[in-house]
Write a protein that binds this ligand. Structure first.
Ligand SMILES: CSC[C@H]1O[C@H](OP(=O)(O)O)[C@H](O)[C@@H]1O
Length: 356
């Protein structure tokens, strides 16, 4: 049983307020796209797949209540397009909201052009948003299986795996299973997980607050370390693999992920530790030749100078707070793990463009 960060019941959307974890577990009602935009922008809900799911479900929630105002199908289609564009603006780096949102617009266009009634049109759009919840769990379990099969075939049968992960890529970043942490869950379910090291992941502390919460909840063998301990860990203890998530992958395999991922990859190369990126194909931006054009979100200075309301940095000091960095494809030595298979970065474009 994994944690649930997104609830859709009887047409009502609720999200777990991740700014309060791990000390408080509180759900917030989301009734429309304005509230959806706000909880995504404030990072009360975060994680590339979860952002896309909550964004689209906030539109579904709004359609439930505001539907009577539409006089025609073209008015409904115009509304859907406007709201998707608005939701994409909540956070710039993760591409999942953009890809899932554009897919919803395309399906809405098809429904607009069909003979379907206005009411059935609305119901089908809501159904497409709800379906994202279910299909995300299936996608994550599939990519996790592929990733474990690939990782374990390189190791002797009696070896358990010690892994390092960064940020949070589990039930709190997705619809419920996880990408990198999903792969780690699957290792655990196969009794092949020796130990997980999770980094604190300053300054939002996704690792200390969220990943550690999930690992303890499921009683996985785990240890929390500071971000600056990774080099010593790889030098002193055996790490079989680094497994991280992604917010946007360019078609050459360059990957944007939580700030600190790039330096993990450099350390992994120095210590000859295989480096895996796990992500659904909705995180792959085939329009980008490489990672240089991936927009990198900069977050407010007070998210670095404070922990919650408590100031920890000297008053008056300037802070630079990029939320992501880009790991070049050549450092992703283990492979890119997706629901369509595990690929070397340089084969991603060719293999996914031809549908494998
Ligand atoms: C499967 S989550 C992907 C990705 O999202 C996280 O960023 P944030 O917590 O700022 O939304 C982190 O980069 C994860 O790897």
């Amino acid at each position: 049983m994994t944690l649930e960060a997104i609830k859709w019941k009887d047409g009502k959307l609720q999200i777990l307020d991740q700014l309060l974890l791990p000390l408080e577990c509180k759900f917030i009602d989301i009734d429309n796209t304005k509230e959806g935009w706000e909880v995504i922008n404030k990072m009360q809900v975060r994680g590339a797949p979860a952002i896309a799911i909550v964004g689209c479900l906030s539109l579904a929630a709004e359609l439930q209540t505001c539907f009577p105002k539409f006089a025609s199908k073209s008015e409904l289609h115009k509304f859907i397009k406007e709201k998707i564009i608005y939701l994409i603006s909540a956070r710039p780096t993760a591409v999942n909201m953009k890809i899932s949102g554009e897919d919803l617009i395309m399906n809405s266009r098809k429904l607009l052009d069909s003979e379907i009634s206005l009411l059935d049109y609305k119901e089908k759009v809501i159904g497409l948003c709800v379906q994202m919840l279910e299909s995300d769990v299936t996608t994550n379990k599939t990519l996790s299986k592929f990733g474990c099969d690939f990782l374990l075939k390189e190791l002797p049968d009696d070896n358990n795996v010690t892994v390092l992960t960064h940020c949070n890529t589990g039930s709190l970043a997705t619809a419920g299973y996880g990408t990198a942490l999903g792969m780690i869950r699957t290792l655990h379910s196969r009794n092949r997980l020796g130990h997980v090291y999770c980094t604190e992941t300053r300054p939002y502390n996704q690792g200390a607050r969220l990943t550690a919460y999930e690992l303890v909840f499921e009683k996985m063998p785990a240890t929390l370390i500071c971000d600056d301990m990774v080099g010593a860990l790889m030098k002193i203890r055996k790490v079989n693999a680094v497994i991280v998530g992604s917010d946007r992958i360019a078609r050459n395999g360059d990957t944007a992920n939580k700030i600190g991922t790039y330096q993990l990859a450099v350390l992994a190369k120095h210590h000859n530790v295989p480096f895996y990126v796990c992500a659904p194909t909705t995180s792959i931006d085939m329009s980008l030749k490489n990672g240089s054009d991936i927009p990198i979100e900069e977050r407010p200075e007070n998210e670095l100078s404070h922990i919650g309301k408590q100031r920890i940095a000297a008053p008056g000091i300037k802070c630079w707070n990029p939320a992501f960095d880009v790991t070049p494809a050549e450092l992703i030595s283990g492979g890119i793990v997706t629901e369509k298979g595990v690929f070397a970065p340089d084969e991603l474009f060719s293999k996914l463009s031809v549908g494998i």
